[in-house]
Design a protein around this ligand. Structure first.
Ligand code: NCD
Ligand code: ZN
Ligand code: ZN
Length: 347
């Protein structure tokens, strides 16, 4: 039987939500992942260090007994964010990044940033203290086609910002285009990118061919096949600038399957099986550990996990639940549309 052992992985971009959804989903992450960067786009968002402290406590209370899991908290950047509060959050060890949502770009981003000049003092402080800025990299201008929003963001927002403040560490999150990959590769320092599970597997056809499929809709929306291939090549290359951020983003089914469905794909359950499949297909199983367990901690200034994870390739497909039933309703689990043979071995 084929097996592979890697350091226990981390998830560098995760939505855990709150309340009954949090309680229903956190175990799917803590089962496999030691740590995760927790997205702050709750309603209301996690804006201050004290919000983050309280949210961390709610997460820890929901982690199933016996699981070892460390949530790495982030703050939601607003035009009123206080640089001193951010610095205190970092110094206390609680805050690991600040998140930039361009206002209106994605789920719960209406309180995000409209005018970058208003947040320059906070960004300058972050550059000084070495705190990374995590970026949802899409413009929101209505005249820009939704499939071009990442490329236009790089050109009109990200590159000018990085030229103005080259010392700022920026994580381009959920990169979905060859443009994003090329931009990260062309930069000498202070830029890295997370890549999701689903963007390695689906292109935009998954959403639209044969009927509209809301469970493949997320933001940034999946792009053409050539972009997916560029993401695959980057993820499986071992390049230190690319690492896993699942962007697992649970929404209960009624909020996905309706006239105006939410963006987000729930991948925490089967991410490691999907990744092993992808890396094996590309002849790069030896690079899986770099992508899911080494490059992320190095970027965030943390040591890799000491514990190991073993994955085993089974002859029969591994069975995953179609849905995760939570107190708030059912959440559909990502279906990669091919059988998964890789399984995480229980400790
Ligand atoms: N990725 C998504 O499609 N949705 C995320 C927000 C985000 O990461 O942009 C969510 O919070 O639902
Ligand atoms: Zn996002
Ligand atoms: Zn996200």
């Amino acid at each position: 039987m084929k097996t592979i052992s890697i350091r226990r992985p981390d998830d560098w971009h995760l939505h855990l939500r709150d309340g009954a959804v949090l309680e229903g989903v956190v175990g799917d992450t803590s089962r496999h992942f030691a740590r995760a960067i927790i997205m702050p786009n709750l309603v209301p968002p996690v804006v201050t260090t004290s919000d983050a402290k309280a949210y961390r406590e709610r997460i820890m209370a929901a982690v199933p007994a016996g699981d070892r899991f460390e949530p790495l908290m982030t703050l939601y950047l607003t035009e009123h964010t206080d640089a001193d509060d951010v610095e205190e959050g970092k110094k206390s060890g609680l805050i690991h990044a600040v998140k930039l949502y361009p206002a209106g770009a994605t789920t719960n981003s209406h309180g995000g940033v409209r005018d970058l000049t208003k947040v320059m003092p906070v960004l300058e402080r972050m550059a000084k203290i070495g705190l990374p800025l995590c970026v949802h990299g899409e413009v929101t201008t209505p005249d820009v086609d939704i499939f071009d929003r990442e490329a236009v963001f790089i050109e009109t927002v990200l590159d000018p910002l990085r030229k103005r403040l080259p010392e700022l560490k920026v994580t381009m999150e959920h990169v979905t285009t060859a443009d994003g990959i090329d931009y990260i590769k062309s930069s000498a320092a202070n830029l890295a990118g997370s890549i999701t599970t689903h963007h390695l597997i689906i292109n935009r056809n998954a959403i639209l061919v044969g009927g509209i499929r809301p469970h493949y809709y997320c933001l940034p929306v999946a792009k053409r096949e050539n972009h997916r291939l560029a993401l695959r090549a980057a993820a499986t290359s071992g390049d230190k600038r690319f690492f896993l951020g699942t962007d697992s983003a649970p929404h209960v089914d009624p909020l996905k399957e309706c006239g105006c469905g939410c963006a987000g794909i729930y991948t925490s359950v089967n991410t490691m099986s999907c990744l092993a499949h992808v890396f094996e297909q590309d002849g790069a199983l030896d690079k899986l550990e770099a992508f899911s367990s080494l490059n992320g901690p190095a970027w965030y200034g943390l040591a890799p996990n000491e514990e190991m994870m073993t994955l085993v390739r089974r002859d029969e497909p591994v069975v995953f639940p179609d849905k995760r039933y939570t107190g708030a309703g059912p959440i559909t689990v990502f279906d990669p549309m091919f059988p998964l043979h890789w399984d995480v071995m229980e400790e």
